[in-house]
Design a protein around this ligand. Structure first.
Ligand code: PLP
Length: 415
């Protein structure tokens, strides 16, 4: 029985933890930013390193007792360098958002200017949304995707760079199904002497495996989350050239954080090790093939995809053309009832609100981890379509619910 030790002292928390394990086993996780890490990553994350203080960096700490902390952090750094080919890596950011804050703190002053993609077009809160600390600290201008094609409007980006004269331009997105053209963003940054931050939070694993082109060596800074496609447990990472290494390191600590979350750094080390294997390359390639199969089947059934397809791990469905009276939230709620978990999402040219948008976003990283192939993903596409088409029909719900049970039994996750 999992969580027996916790259960001995705290049955309430043990029940919730066991319930979550069962929920993950019994449902299809299609939130594009989610994944399932290995038991090895989880074991490393629950190690005694949660007890250490290790302010500083390997070989140069403010506390004693860091012999093994140094080993673990150095392994994470070395493996990250091998995975992404960066000159310098900082594995201490507590999350992807804090990795971005670390870059801002390293090279921007309050009031400096950020040019980033609009949140409702696929950007991220930490790229300067007014509710986020970045939006409160810096002056922000935003570019968009072309509402017709769904692709980033690189010409508009270049024109906005010219007019706004930003200090940093951010590429890399949260809900973007297409390959990012790093060089075009870099050209815009070069033309106004701005830094370029490529935030690969979602696609860390795809970039590491060569399934998506890499911004490392092009952009000045590359940030990411470590719990999405790279499957290394919750956290963030910053990569840059040696030139910016000291600024980045001192921005993360002591600029932004105190002691690193070393047990999570251990999870990163183990996950990065797993990602250096040929199995991970196969995994990443299957993630992309699965997203393509999912998208094609949704299209065959008559749903419209933003940009008419995908190059990555996710698809974005615009419900308006096929089901004008159905919102993303309706579909999200109806699918959760039958054990398919994804999220409502805004679409380019959104005519509803960010809270009740017109689209859904669906990703294949977590399904692929549990072994789904293209055929299984086409089946899932059919199930999603049935619910979109009849969100509250009980017989459809019963049928889909049963199919989800069969799929989760066929592709087991945690013992
Ligand atoms: C997920 C994401 C992040 C970081 O999220 P955290 O939850 O802070 O790790 C940053 N940028 C983008 C584009 C993202 O999608």
């Amino acid at each position: 029985m999992p969580y027996d030790t916790v259960r001995g002292t705290d049955p309430a928390v043990a029940d919730a933890l066991a319930g979550e394990r069962e929920r993950q086993n019994d449902t299809l996780a299609m939130i594009a930013s989610e994944n399932h890490v290995s038991e090895a990553v989880m074991e490393a994350q629950s190690s005694e390193l949660t007890n250490n203080y290790a302010e500083g960096y390997p070989g140069s700490r403010y506390y004693g007792g860091c012999e093994y902390a140094d080993e673990v952090e150095q392994l994470a750094i070395d493996r990250a360098k091998e995975l992404w080919g960066a000159e310098h890596v900082n594995v201490q950011p507590h999350s992807g958002s804090q990795a971005n804050m670390g870059v801002f703190l390293a090279v921007l002053d309050p009031g400096d200017k950020i040019l980033s993609l609009d949140l409702t077009h696929g950007g991220h809160l930490s790229h300067g949304h007014p509710v986020n600390v970045a939006g409160k600290t810096y002056e922000v201008e935003q570019y968009e995707v072309n509402a017709e094609t769904g692709y980033v409007d690189y010409d508009q980006l270049a024109a906005k760079a010219e007019a706004f004269d930003p200090d940093i331009i951010i590429s890399g997105y949260s809900a973007y199904p297409r390959e990012v053209e790093w060089e075009r963003v870099q050209a815009a940054a070069d033309s106004v002497d701005a830094y370029h931050l490529a935030d690969i939070a979602h696609i860390t694993g795809l970039v590491a495996a060569g399934e998506h082109s890499s911004p490392v060596g092009t952009a000045d800074f590359v940030t990411g989350s470590t719990h999405k496609t790279i499957r290394s447990g919750r956290g963030g990472i910053i990569m840059c050239d040696e030139e910016h290494a000291d600024d980045v390191d001192s921005a993360v600590f002591p600029g932004l954080q105190g002691g690193p979350i070393l047990h999570n750094v251990a999870g990163k080390a183990v996950g990065f090790g797993e990602a250096l294997t040929p199995e991970f390359e196969e995994y990443a390639s299957q993630v992309v093939d699965n997203a393509a199969a999912l998208g094609e089947r949704l299209q065959e059934r008559g749903l419209e995809l933003v940009s008419e397809g995908t190059d990555t791990h996710l698809v974005l469905v615009d419900l308006r053309p096929s089901h004008p009276d159905t919102t993303g939230k309706d579909v999200e709620a109806a699918l959760e009832e039958v054990g398919i978990v994804l999220n409502a999402n805004t679409v380019p040219g959104e005519s509803r609100s960010a809270f009740n948008p017109s689209g859904i976003r669906a990703g294949t990283p977590a399904l692929t981890t549990r072994g789904f192939d293209e055929e299984a993903c086409r089946t899932v596409a059919d199930l999603i379509y049935e619910i979109v088409d009849a969100p509250h029909d009980e017989s459809v719900e019963g049928f889909v619910d049963q199919k989800v049970d069969e799929l989760t039994a066929e592709y087991p996750l945690y013992d």
